[in-house]
Design a protein around this ligand. Structure first.
Ligand code: ATP
Length: 252
């Protein structure tokens, strides 16, 4: 079976500045894969290239084996990819409901009520706040709205850029619990996240970017045991037992 997403030798420039160089990665059907790396290492740019928001100078992007490297952003959405950008980017002057309807603007009218119901089941607080302006929501609620909005198109692949950024630990945990529930419905996830512990616990595999290149790749267990990952992203030495996906109850 073809990978849900396959990125091969991706290189992206902003003007003369090379942000991503020769990145190859894959996400299997229903898989959670994390993209780790320091600020400026090219994580967001990789997601933007996959969504068709920036044009690669080189490389190929395949969705279910179909080449979408040159496809416009709306065609990528139509192909089943939704992107939750860093900083959430909800429309602050629109209500919660209006934001969700923007996310669902391509959805057939008859299918909308079920999609909205799905969003409210996943995030009950959004139902309570549906008439409230999105700009008046807390950061955590805005993140929930951004995720719910992205799910309105029923994507097969969700690209998430730092969903826990700026959130209190309790809210971040709630977001991650919900991501696990979303994944359990079969949605594959490519997750950019500063909190490497949480990311490695949710993800089956990961890639580490350094100055635009893949510096390490492996299962979450392998990455969590990798000396460089442990010191740079987990703040750990080399002796403790590594955390592993799905069973690291003591971490985070
Ligand atoms: P962060 O965690 O800070 O979001 P990141 O790993 O997502 O970092 P990118 O945002 O992809 O990294 O940035 C990669 C490189 O590209 C950085 O050197 C950054 O300064 C540069 N860059 C990002 N966006 C632009 C832009 N719109 N114009 C010019 N350079 C950019």
């Amino acid at each position: 079976m073809a990978a849900t997403l396959e990125v091969a030798d991706l290189t992206v420039f902003y003007g003369k500045r090379r942000a991503v160089e020769g990145v190859s990665l894959a996400v299997g059907p229903g898989e959670v894969v994390t993209l780790l790396g320091a600020n400026g290492s090219g994580k967001s740019t990789t997601l933007r290239a996959i969504s068709g928001l920036v044009r690669p100078a080189r490389g190929r992007i395949l969705l279910d084996g179909r080449d979408v490297t040159q496809a416009p952003a709306d065609a990528i959405v139509a192909a089943g990819v939704s992107h939750v950008p860093e900083g959430r980017e909800v429309f602050p002057e629109f209500t919660v409901l209006e934001n969700l309807l923007v996310g669902g603007h391509r959805v057939a009218r008859g299918a909308l009520p079920a999609r909205l119901e799905g969003a409210f089941e996943l995030f009950p607080i959004l139902r309570a706040r549906r008439r409230q302006l999105a700009g008046t929501l807390s950061g955590g609620e805005q993140q929930m709205l951004a995720i719910a909005r992205a799910l309105m198109t029923r994507p097969r692949l969700l690209l998430l850029d730092e969903p826990s950024l700026g959130l209190a630990p309790m809210l971040a945990r709630e977001i991650f619990r919900t991501l696990a529930r979303i994944n359990a419905t079969g949605v594959a996830v490519l997750l950019v996240e500063q909190n490497a512990r949480r990311a490695l616990r949710l993800a089956a595999r990961g890639y580490v970017l350094e100055t635009g290149r893949v510096a390490a790749a492996g299962t979450s267990r392998e990455l969590a045991a990798d000396a460089r990952v442990r010191s740079a992203y987990l703040g750990l030495g080399q002796t403790a037992a590594p955390p592993c996906a799905g069973s690291a109850g003591s971490l985070g």
